[in-house]
Design a protein around this ligand. Structure first.
Ligand SMILES: [Zn+2]
Length: 254
């Protein structure tokens, strides 16, 4: 079935860049407007949803999904099986911060915003993926980042998920970088690792304390590193959510 949200064909634009820089962003803005948020870049064109390319940036949630040290692992069992009951269903039991997931301010801030406090439009936005491989602390050039962006750091740490090395020498975001991103007014900061920091979690406090949501355990950033694209980040709609597993999808037109 073909999806069209109106009679006018719609398009999403993606910018490919060897590395994000001001010149490339200027070209992007020239082509797509200075406020190229998710809805601002809709243009009458020939492409529709099914013409776009999609990259799934989410981990699968299973009993084998690695969890933050000390957290209870997921327990997924059969609730019913086709052979016996005539239908299949599962019983899911997992911590709200497992697999690819979003942290709400409420995770670390008393009376902070919960995921279900955000309008659904806040889960669609313009994302940039910055190469931070071999950086620890993560402190790349963030001059190309704009207000409202979803900023993802490519560290390759989740390539090691399922092995002991996943938790060894994890890359952490520097306070300088976290403060610079807050200053820019970004919406979400994510990375392909299990956490942007370790105890006492100063980076969580800087970001969540300023209303910036965090995405952890992203995967497949290799295919989108250095790009700007429209991104959909949809957490499970859990009441009073401090965090929730998310489906994160990059929408590309190149
Ligand atoms: Zn978390």
């Amino acid at each position: 079935m073909r999806l069209s949200v109106s009679s006018t064909p719609l398009v999403l634009r993606t910018v490919s860049m060897k590395s994000l820089n001001l010149r490339a962003l200027a070209e992007y803005e020239k082509a797509w407007g200075s406020c190229a948020g998710f809805f601002n870049v809709w243009r009458p064109q020939t492409k529709r949803w099914h013409d776009l390319k999609y990259v799934d940036l989410s981990m699968a949630l299973s009993n084998d999904t690695p969890v933050y040290p000390g957290d209870r692992p997921p327990v997924i069992t059969s609730n019913s099986v086709f052979e016996k009951d005539g239908f299949n269903s599962k019983h899911l039991c997992f911590v709200s911060h497992c697999s690819t997931h979003m942290d709400a301010p409420y995770h670390k801030v008393q009376n902070g915003k919960k995921l279900d406090d955000y309008p659904v439009s806040d889960f669609f936005g313009s994302a940039v993926v910055i190469d931070a491989f071999n950086q620890n602390p993560i402190e790349p050039d963030v001059s190309a980042v704009r207000k409202g962006d979803f900023v993802f750091f490519y560290t390759r740490q989740t390539d090691k998920a399922g092995t002991p090395a996943f938790f060894e020498n994890p890359p952490f975001i520097s306070e300088k970088t976290a403060e610079a991103l807050v200053e820019k007014g970004v919406s979400i900061v994510g990375l392909d690792s299990f956490s942007p920091d370790g105890p006492p979690f100063a980076i969580h406090d800087i970001l969540l304390g300023n209303g910036v949501r965090i995405l952890e355990n992203l995967v497949n950033l290799k295919s989108v590193v250095g790009k700007r694209f429209e991104c959909v980040v949809l957490p499970l709609k859990i009441k009073d959510a401090d965090g929730a597993p998310c489906r994160v999808v990059a929408c590309l037109d190149d």
